[in-house]
Design a protein around this ligand. Structure first.
Ligand code: SAH
Ligand code: SF4
Length: 355
């Protein structure tokens, strides 16, 4: 059978893999064995899977592959952040960022699309538009490649792309990451960040468990319309209603990401409006100073503005964390992915005056 008709096993959930194997007349438990080889041991060559019969190994090699990635480039930041660049089969690229946390821990920031269709005006990825969705294997392979550099404790779907605009592949990728025979990530260790696609948010809640983060970034529809065109489709009222409905396990909260942009959304009036907006929602707020980049005329707020904004939230009993973006020196910080590469090829659109 030609190469391109072989099934990439990294695209399959345990259930699908079981179905694939039973189609070949194999026992169910073989699927679990394969999951263990591929994800726990990181083995992708069937020949090395020594507890499978030689006949099965040969049949698998004929009908299937298990793709495996090596980064084309790894950039290391002074603060320990690493940015991986992967070249996909069709020549496209995606980036994944490994962020060191306290102790030996690390969080991996994973991409779900090449580019993004949501066109947020502050986001570098948004300026490129959507090139294509990643398939489940392409999402999972970012994790497989990163764990070769050491354990990954938490995963955040906050790289390039809008995960809920690629819901099918993202749900499958989560199921693969959660598989107890494989990586065995608990849903509490994985966070999905969305710009606020309301129907997909609710569908996500019905289909799979994952921590939810919502990129809010504004407290009025007028400002959010300007920053995030998705707000014209699903304005704040609808978005907040969906957040109230989102099924949350006890003692869990939705994270609201709020990028502070100088003179746009960083006033104390905004802070007070944010408290009102989140009233009755199990929420925590992540305040992220805007990362300046060549694709945008927006500016980072002053340290005092960030401080005062946070104080206003804390004084009113909200959980509000300030998050410094790591990896700034290698363009690995939030919303900066893909910039340098395409910029170097002259594809970066001229900065637009938005403030
Ligand atoms: N599309 C999803 C997930 C990827 S974007 C979403 O929008 O939530 C990940 C985060 O980076 C979002 O919270 C977004 O608001 C933030 N971000 C984008 N550009 C940024 C910038 N220039 N500075 C700081 N944060 C940025
Ligand atoms: Fe897409 Fe998220 Fe960037 Fe908006 S912030 S353009 S949704 S990646």
């Amino acid at each position: 059978m030609p190469q391109n008709q072989r099934v990439d096993l990294k695209n399959l959930t345990l259930e699908e893999l079981t179905g694939f194997l039973s189609g070949l007349g194999k026992e169910k438990f073989r699927a679990r064995q394969l999951m263990r080889w591929i994800y726990r041991r990181g083995v992708t060559s069937f020949a090395e899977m020594t507890d499978l019969s030689k006949a099965l190994r040969e049949e698998l090699a004929e009908r299937a592959t298990a793709s495996d990635w090596t980064p084309e480039r790894v950039e290391k930041s002074r603060d320990g952040t690493r940015k991986y660049l992967f070249r996909l089969a069709d020549g496209q690229t995606v980036e994944t960022v490994r962020i060191p946390m306290e102790g030996e821990r690390a969080t991996l920031c994973v991409s779900t699309q090449v580019g993004c269709a949501m066109a947020c005006t502050f986001c570098l990825t948004g300026t490129f538009g959507l090139v294509r969705n990643l398939d489940p294997a392409e999402i999972v392979n970012q994790v497989c490649a990163a764990v070769k550099d050491g354990p990954v404790n938490n995963i955040v779907l906050m790289g390039m792309g809008e995960p809920l605009h690629n819901l099918e592949s993202v749900v499958k990728a989560l199921e693969i990451l959660y598989c107890t025979e494989g990586f065995d990530y608990g849903p509490r260790r994985v966070t999905l960040s969305t710009s606020g696609l309301v129907p997909e948010m609710l569908e996500l809640g019905r289909r799979v468990r994952v921590n939810l983060a919502v990129s809010l970034n504004a407290t009025t529809d007028a400002v959010r319309d300007q920053l995030m065109p998705v707000n014209r489709r699903y304005p704040l009222r609808e978005l907040m209603n969906a957040c109230r409905k989102y099924p949350l396990p006890p003692s869990q909260r939705i994270t609201f990401e709020y990028i502070l942009i100088r003179g746009v959304n960083d006033s104390l009036e905004d802070a007070r409006r944010l408290v009102k907006l989140l009233h009755g929602v199990k929420a925590k707020v992540n305040l992220i100073p805007f990362n300046e980049h060549d694709g945008s005329a927006f500016r980072a707020p002053g340290a005092e503005a960030v401080e005062a904004f946070q104080r206003t939230l804390l004084d009113r009993g909200m959980v509000a964390i300030r998050r410094a973006s790591k990896g700034q020196d290698i363009s690995a910080a939030c919303g900066q992915l893909k910039g340098k590469l395409e910029g170097a090829q002259g594809l970066l659109p001229a900065p637009e005056q938005k403030t």
